[in-house]
Design a protein around this ligand. Structure first.
Ligand code: ADP
Ligand code: MG
Length: 266
C-alpha cells in the first residue's frame, strides 16, 4: 500500500509536535469513530485525551524512576489486618498527598518488619502519581552521599537538588549512630526542608533515643523541633510481618512433610 502525501506530512508534523499517541492512534481511532458515527470534535477529543493520559503516565513513570525506590510497593499489597496498630484511616488520608501541599511531615515509628518501609514507599509512590517530585533515601545512604558531596565540593548543588523535591523519604533512622559531621549534615537537610519540603521518616527509635544516634542533645532537640512542628505520626507496634510469614512457611513445611505426617499417624 502506498502512503498518501497528506498522511506522510501529517505523521511528520505529529512527530515534530511530539504527539506520539496521536500519531499511533489517529488511524485506528478514525475507524472506531466512523463506526460510532462520532463527529469531528469527538474524534479530536478522544485523540487529545489519549495523548494527555499517556503523557501523564510517562511523567509518573519518570518520577518513580527519579525517586529511586529500592523496591516499589503499593498500598494494594499492604495487609492492614496483619498490622492492626496502624491507623488505616490516616494512611488513606495521606494517600491524597495533601500533606505535601501543606509541607507537613510524616513519621512512621515501630519495630523492624512492621511494614514501615512498605508504607513509606506506597505513600511516596502515590505522591509520584499525583505529580510530586520525590526522592527516597535510607538515612545511612543519604549521610554517605552528603559526606561524599561535601568532599567533592558538590554539597550545595546536592542540597539544591533536594530542595526541588516535594517529598523526601528518609528510611531507617536510628540503625547506625552518626558521626558528628554526619549528624550536622543530616540536620542541615532537615532544617532546609522545614516548611518547604515534606519529609517522610521511618524509625525504630522512640524520640528519647534519637540523641544516641545524633550524638548531641542540642542538635537532636533542634532537629525534633523542626521535624515535629507539623507532623502526622503512624505507629506500628505489632509483630514483624517477615517473622510471621517465615513462621507460617515453617509451619506449612512441617505439617506437609512426610516425616511429620508419619509421626502424626503413629
Ligand atoms: P520495616 O521497614 O518496618 O522493617 P518492611 O516494610 O520492610 O518493614 O516490611 C518487611 C517485609 O514485609 C516487606 O517485604 C513488606 O512488603 C512486608 N510487609 C510488612 N508488613 C506488611 C503488611 N501489613 N502487609 C503486607 N506486607 C507487609
Ligand atoms: Mg524498613
Amino acid at each position: 500500500m502506498t502512503t498518501s502525501k497528506p498522511t506522510v506530512l501529517l505523521e511528520h508534523y505529529l512527530k515534530q509536535l511530539k504527539l506520539p499517541s496521536v500519531l499511533r492512534e489517529y488511524a485506528p481511532m478514525a475507524a472506531v469513530c466512523t463506526k460510532d458515527r462520532a463527529d469531528y470534535p469527538t474524534y479530536l477529543l478522544r485523540l487529545a485525551e489519549r495523548e494527555l493520559l499517556d503523557r501523564e503516565r510517562r511523567a509518573a513513570e519518570r518520577r518513580v524512576k527519579a525517586a529511586r525506590f529500592p523496591v516499589v510497593k503499593t498500598l494494594d499489597s499492604f495487609d492492614f489486618q496483619a498490622q492492626p496498630s496502624i491507623n488505616q484511616e490516616l494512611v488513606r488520608e495521606l494517600m491524597s498527598g495533601e500533606y505535601i501541599d501543606r509541607h507537613e511531615n510524616v513519621l512512621l515509628i515501630g519495630n523492624s518488619g512492621t511494614g514501615k518501609t512498605h508504607l513509606a514507599t506506597a505513600l511516596a509512590f502515590a505522591a509520584c502519581q499525583l505529580g510530586r517530585n520525590v526522592r527516597f533515601f535510607t538515612v545511612t545512604g543519604l549521610v554517605t552521599q552528603l559526606l561524599e558531596r561535601r568532599e567533592d565540593r558538590q554539597l550545595e548543588r546536592f542540597l539544591k537538588q533536594l530542595e526541588r523535591c516535594h517529598l523526601v523519604v528518609l528510611d531507617e533512622l536510628g540503625y547506625v549512630p552518626c558521626s558528628k559531621a554526619a549528624a550536622e549534615l543530616f540536620f542541615d537537610v532537615i532544617s532546609r526542608a522545614y516548611e518547604r519540603t515534606s519529609l517522610l521518616v521511618t524509625t525504630n527509635l522512640p524520640f528519647e533515643q534519637w540523641t544516641e544516634v545524633m550524638g548531641s542533645e542540642r542538635l537532636t532537640g533542634a532537629l525534633l523541633d523542626r521535624l515535629t512542628h507539623h507532623i502526622h505520626i503512624l505507629e506500628a507496634n505489632g509483630d514483624s510481618y517477615r517473622l510471621k510469614q517465615s513462621k507460617g512457611r515453617q509451619r506449612r513445611r512441617t505439617s506437609s512433610s512426610p516425616e511429620y505426617n508419619s509421626i502424626q499417624e503413629d
